[in-house]
Design a protein around this ligand. Structure first.
Ligand code: PLP
Length: 376
C-alpha cells in the first residue's frame, strides 16, 4: 500500500458491525461482559474501540508493532518516559520542544531520572554523553525553531551498539514524510495536536513502538497512568489523518514558494529551512525523509522588527502551535521558548528577531502578499 492509500485504508477502516465507513464514536466507559472475564473490551481506560481504531491507524502509517493514543503530546512523552526507572540516564536533543525540556528538567528529574541535553546533530556529541546508566536517546528532527537535523540511521546504530532505546519525536516531519521506526528507532511519538489533527481543534498525542515487548510495557503504563485519548478526539484524529498526505503535499509546495520569497527579501537576514541546499543537515534530512515540511524560521534583525511584523500579518495568525490548515506566525524568544533562560536561548541561536511560521493551505499568493506588506 502506498502512503496516501494507507492513510485512508490503514488501521481499521470501517465499522465491522454496520459497515459504516466512518468509525463510530463509542462514548462508552464500560462494556457488558458475556461472562466473568469473557469480553473484548472491559473498561475504556484499558481500551475503547474508537481509540483502538486511531491506535491501529498510526501503527500502520508509522510501520510499527503497536500504536497508542494519549490525551496530549506531553502525556504521550511522559508515559513513554515511564518505561524508565529511577537512576536511568537519557540523552536528549538540546533544542527539544520547550514542554519536553520542562517536563524532563523540572518534573521527571525529581524522580531521579537524569538527563543530558546535547547537540544530537553531531553523532560524536551523542557518543560522548553516554554513561554506564544511559538507557535511552531522545531526539527531535527537525527541531524547533532552527530546524536542526539529527541523522536517525547513525543515531540508531549508536543506540543499538549500546543497547539504548531510540525515541524520536516525529511531530515536525509527520508520518507522511518520515518514518523513524523504518530507520531503526524503537519508539516514535507525535504531538498529534499539530499536523496529524491538522485543523487546530484537538489536543492529542500518539506513540508507536517497534516490538511486542515495548507494546505490552507501554500498554501497562497507559492503563496504569490513564492519560488516554477520549473517543471524540480519537475520531477527530482519524478524520485528520485521512487528508494528511494531500495537506502535506500542498503545504510543501506553498512553503517552497514562501522560502524563495523570504530568501530574496532585503529585510530578512537568514532563512532556516531543511529544504535549502545550504541548510546544515539538508543532505541527511533528504536521506531519511521524503519531504521538508511547512516549518520555516527567519531572522529580521531585532525583537522590535519582529514584533512589528507579527502585528501586521493578516492571514498568518499570531498563535502558538503549528501544522494546521491556517498559517501561523510566532516569535519563539517571547512565546514557545520564553520559558528557556535567555543565556540558553542565546547559546542555541534563538535570537530575539527570529520569527517562526507554520505554512498552511491558503493560496500561496495571498500568503506571500501578506508577508510582503508586513515586512515593508
Ligand atoms: C506541541 C509539541 C509537543 C507537545 O504536544 P502537546 O500536544 O501540545 O502536548 C511535543 N513535541 C513537539 C515537537 C511539539 O511541537
Amino acid at each position: 500500500m502506498r502512503k496516501k492509500t494507507q492513510l485512508i485504508h490503514g488501521g481499521i477502516s470501517r465499522d465491522k458491525h454496520t459497515g459504516a465507513v466512518s468509525i463510530p464514536i463509542h462514548h462508552a466507559s464500560t462494556f457488558k461482559q458475556e461472562g466473568v472475564g469473557n469480553f473484548v473490551y472491559e473498561y475504556a481506560r484499558t481500551g475503547n474501540p474508537t481509540r483502538e481504531a486511531v491506535e491501529a491507524l498510526i501503527r500502520d502509517i508509522e510501520g510499527g508493532y503497536r500504536g497508542f493514543a494519549f490525551s496530549s503530546g506531553m502525556a504521550a512523552i511522559t508515559s513513554v518516559m515511564m518505561l524508565l526507572s529511577a537512576g536511568d540516564h537519557v540523552i536528549l536533543t538540546d533544542d527539544v520542544y520547550g514542554g519536553t525540556f520542562r517536563v524532563m528538567s523540572k518534573v521527571l528529574s525529581r524522580f531521579q531520572l537524569e538527563f543530558s541535553f546535547v547537540d544530537t546533530s553531531s553523532i560524536e556529541e551523542i557518543e560522548k554523553a553516554i554513561q554506564p546508566n544511559t538507557k535511552a536517546i531522545y531526539v527531535e528532527t527537525p527541531t524547533n525553531p532552527l530546524l536542526k537535523i539529527t541523522d536517525l540511521r547513525a543515531t540508531a546504530e549508536v543506540a543499538k551498539a549500546h543497547q539504548l532505546l531510540l525515541i524520536v519525536d516525529n511531530t515536525f516531519s509527520t508520518p507522511y514524510w518520515q518514518n523513524p521506526i523504518e530507520l531503526g528507532a524503537d519508539i516514535v511519538l507525535h504531538s498529534a495536536t499539530k499536523y496529524i489533527g491538522g485543523h487546530s481543534d484537538v489536543v492529542a498525542g500518539l506513540v508507536v513502538v517497534n516490538s511486542e515487548e515495548l507494546g505490552t510495557k507501554l500498554h501497562f503504563i497507559q492503563n496504569s497512568v490513564g492519560a488516554i485519548l477520549g473517543p471524540q478526539d480519537s475520531w477527530l484524529l482519524i478524520r485528520g489523518i485521512r487528508t494528511l498526505g494531500i495537506r502535506m503535499e500542498e503545504i510543501e509546495e506553498n512553503t517552497k514558494r514562501i522560502v524563495e520569497f523570504l530568501q530574496n527579501h532585503e529585510a530578512v537576514s537568514k532563512v532556516y529551512y531543511p529544504g535549502l541546499a545550504e541548510h546544515k543537515g539538508h543532505e541527511i534530512h533528504k536521506k531519511q525523509a521524503r519531504g521538508f515540511g511547512g516549518m520555516v524560521s527567519f531572522d529580521v534583525g531585532s525583537g522590535e522588527k519582529a514584533e512589528d511584523l507579527l502585528s501586521r500579518t493578516k492571514y498568518f495568525t499570531l498563535a502558538e502551535s503549528l501544522g494546521a490548515v491556517e498559517s501561523l506566525i510566532s516569535l519563539p524568544a517571547k512565546m514557545t521558548h520564553a520559558s528557556i533562560p535567555p543565556e540558553r536561548r542565546a547559546a542555541l541561536g534563538i535570537t530575539d528577531g527570529l520569527v517562526r511560521i507554520s505554512v498552511g493551505l491558503e493560496d500561496v499568493e495571498d500568503l506571500i502578499e501578506d508577508l510582503a506588506q508586513a515586512l515593508k
